[in-house]
Design a protein around this ligand. Structure first.
Ligand code: PRP
Ligand code: URA
Length: 209
């Protein structure tokens, strides 16, 4: 079974409170999502392999550590996942970015694909899937399946808020995918919105609605 890591760093939790607040406007919401993604990036990359490299300081030659291993790819689920890209890229500027476009049909709540563009060497990369909200889990499950269908084998899912139902559904569908979160909230409501949640992440990020 995959790991579920809820990151309880005080800075992250403080920013989450601001993000949830209905009085937080689009500009601050966007900035908070970026900052939180960067903070979460530390935890997501904790297990990256290191290798020793030789360098020369102004004083002498020495051996020092550098990140080794596979190349990274970031895959935001459109739209709301876009808000998390810049924060992660600040930490890993060499990562390639793929995009999966999905929206949740408001009637059926099923994810509908409308866009998919991935790095050509996606099967060689460690992938980090980004979406602020994990509600029923339908969107994340579908996005991860697209990636696996195209050969990806090492995938992490990073969301800001999840419902218990969403976490369970992803774990059931993709038992090999670790999930990183800032919070597991109480439940889903009758419209499959996360309670207490933060409302519609895409609309709050982009000022729609
Ligand atoms: C939101 C959110 C997730 C999805 C989560 O996107 O960003 O992608 O809903 O719900 P699920 O776990 O039940 O699938 P939405 O479909 O509203 O599209 P948007 O990002 O374009 O606003
Ligand atoms: N998508 C959102 O943006 N918010 C929710 O609470 C559920 C799905």
């Amino acid at each position: 079974m995959s790991k579920v890591i809820v990151i309880d760093h005080p800075l992250l939790q403080h920013k989450l409170t601001l993000l949830r607040d209905k009085n937080t406007g689009t500009k601050d919401f966007k900035q908070l999502v970026k900052e939180m993604s960067m903070l979460m990036g530390y935890e997501i990359t904790r297990d990256l392999p290191l290798e020793e490299v030789e360098i020369e300081t102004p004083v002498c030659k020495t051996k020092s550590k550098a990140i080794a291993g596979k190349k990274l790819g970031i895959v935001p689920i459109l739209r709301a996942g876009l808000g998390m890209v810049d924060g992660i890229l600040e930490l890993m500027p060499a990562a390639k970015v793929g995009h999966v476009g999905l929206y949740r049909d408001p009637e059926t709540l099923e994810p509908v694909e409308y866009y998919c563009k991935l790095p050509t060497d996606v099967e060689e990369r460690d992938l980090i899937v980004l979406d602020p909200m994990l509600a029923t889990g339908g969107s994340a499950i579908a996005a991860i399946k697209f990636l696996k269908d195209r050969g990806a084998t090492n995938i992490k899912l990073v969301c800001i808020i999840a419902s218990p139902e969403g976490v369970e559904a992803v774990q059931k569908a993709h038992a090999d995918v670790d999930i990183y979160l800032a919070s597991i909230d109480e439940k889903l409501n009758d419209h499959a919105y996360i309670v207490p949640g933060l409302g519609d992440a895409g609309d709050r990020l982009f000022g729609t609605k």
